[in-house]
Design a protein around this ligand. Structure first.
Ligand SMILES: C[S@@+](CC[C@H](N)C(=O)[O-])C[C@H]1O[C@@H](n2cnc3c(N)ncnc32)[C@H](O)[C@@H]1O
Length: 182
């Protein structure tokens, strides 16, 4: 059964670039990095400002974190289930000397306190976003933005949806603002 689920999810995202060591029972999405052009558009759409705090829930190789810190001087926090990816992000933080702005935590994103976030970025699945939605509603303050690559947050009204062509397909970027989701 699990193989069938993984196969369906994998075909949804395209081929998995590499196998991540993860607890499959807790996994809310396979590891598929957002193309850099999509990362750039997500952060633009989030109107991220210097000094704000961004959480990338399921941060993969950390590309959203590093772009947020380097380009926007934002504080960037990654949450990631895969130990291997967490180690990879930690090494990149040290290599780029970004300890003051970027951090990563090995954790289930459903267990994390999001109250310090001004911006939350997601590239999960629609059903995973549905599991996360109660936490977003509980923790985020009015004005906080949630930007989701390709998968909507059911029951929330986006303030904007952008379409971007990259890597031979159209991607959607859903932009939500707390206080304006109804
Ligand atoms: C589609 S990738 C997105 C990576 C990155 N955010 C990006 O856009 O490039 C989803 C990531 O979420 C991680 N993930 C899946 N379930 C998770 C969970 N319950 N808690 C934390 N991370 C999770 C996966 O290991 C994977 O790295």
């Amino acid at each position: 059964m699990l193989q069938v689920v993984v196969a369906v999810v994998s075909s949804f995202f395209g081929a998995l670039p590499l196998a991540a060591q993860i607890d499959h029972a807790k996994s809310l999405a396979p590891y598929v990095p957002s193309p850099q052009v999509i990362v750039d558009r997500m952060l633009e759409a989030a109107a991220l400002k210097p000094g704000e705090t961004l959480f990338d829930l399921g941060c993969g190789d950390g590309r959203i974190l590093f772009t947020a810190a380097q380009r926007y001087k934002a504080k960037a926090v990654g949450i990631e289930l895969s130990k291997r990816l967490v180690e990879q992000v930690r090494e990149a933080i040290l290599r780029q000397n970004l300890q003051d702005l970027v951090s990563v935590k090995e954790a289930n994103l459903l267990d994390v306190d999001l109250s310090s976030a001004d911006v939350v970025t997601l590239y999960l699945l629609t059903d995973s976003n549905a599991k996360l939605r109660p936490n977003l509603e509980r923790y985020l303050r009015p004005g906080a933005r949630v930007v989701s690559h390709d998968f909507e947050i059911r029951g929330w009204k986006p303030v904007r949806v952008e379409e971007v062509h990259a890597h031979r397909r159209n991607h959607k970027i859903y932009v939500y603002q707390i206080g304006k989701t109804k």
